[in-house]
Design a protein around this ligand. Structure first.
Ligand SMILES: Cc1cc2nc3c(=O)[nH]c(=O)nc-3n(C[C@H](O)[C@H](O)[C@H](O)COP(=O)(O)O)c2cc1C
Length: 143
């Protein structure tokens, strides 16, 4: 059974909602799913998983959440050999910027060794189509 970890930061609940939908998709595909707020996650949640997803809102225009998510992900920089080519999905919400930060984030995770297989940036709350898409992304993680 494939092990999937979905690690996110959320305050208002939009990212948390997307994380749970993605988890449903991965479970439907038969994966063992570990979904955690980054405050409760450890690096082992990433190392032990066959595939991972990270979710964050945009803050400060071009960045992911800086207090918890950014430092958590930075730890992965030195572990690129252990995560080499591990499938990874990035999902985000934003209030007013367009999704330039997603390109920056994708490049960063690729430089940490991950194989970014999908991404989604949602303006505040997801539309019905975006909810379906995020569930599909969960299924992709589990394949
Ligand atoms: C402190 C803070 C800073 C934010 N900065 C930005 C920003 O620079 N650009 C943007 O588009 N949205 C910004 N937002 C909006 C969030 O990305 C958006 O509300 C998101 O849906 C919040 O996700 P959540 O409900 O999971 O917490 C900011 C929100 C907060 C709370």
């Amino acid at each position: 059974m494939k092990k999937v970890s979905i690690i996110y930061w959320s305050c208002g609940g939009n990212i948390e909602f997307l994380a749970n939908i993605m988890a449903d998709g991965a479970r439907e595909q038969g994966a063992e799913v570990n979904v955690k707020h980054v405050a409760d996650a450890t690096i082992n949640d990433v190392l032990d998983a066959d595939a991972v997803a990270f979710g964050s809102p945009a803050v400060d225009s071009t960045k992911i959440e800086q207090e918890e998510m950014k430092p958590f992900l930075e730890q992965l920089k030195n572990l690129s050999d252990k995560n080499k080519n591990k499938d990874c999905i990035l999902f985000a919400t934003y209030g007013w910027i367009e999704n330039t930060f997603m390109e920056i984030w994708k490049n960063e995770m690729t430089s940490y060794g991950f194989n970014v297989i999908g991404d989604l940036a949602v303006k505040e709350s997801p539309t019905k189509n975006q909810v379906e898409f995020v569930k599909e992304l969960g299924k992709q993680l589990a394949k």
